[in-house]
Design a protein around this ligand. Structure first.
Ligand SMILES: [Zn+2]
Length: 61
C-alpha cells in the first residue's frame, strides 16, 4: 500500500498561485515604454503550484 495515485500539485502557498508578477520599474526607457520585470516566485519557480510530495523534477507533461 505504498503506491497510491499520482499526487496532484497544490497551489503554491508562497504566491497563492500567482507565480509570475510583472512589475514596472518606474520611469520609461528611451523608447517611451514602461519596462517591466517578470518575477517568478522562487518557491515554485513560476509554476504556481508545488508538488504534493517530494518530486525531483517533473518529468511529466
Ligand atoms: Zn509560488
Amino acid at each position: 500500500m505504498t503506491h497510491d495515485t499520482t499526487p496532484s500539485p497544490r497551489i503554491c502557498p508562497n504566491c497563492d498561485g500567482f507565480a509570475s508578477a510583472a512589475i514596472t520599474i518606474g520611469g520609461r526607457d528611451r523608447h517611451g515604454q514602461l519596462p517591466t520585470l517578470t518575477i517568478d516566485c522562487p518557491a515554485c519557480k513560476g509554476l504556481g503550484t508545488v508538488p504534493a510530495r517530494r518530486v525531483r523534477e517533473g518529468a511529466g507533461a
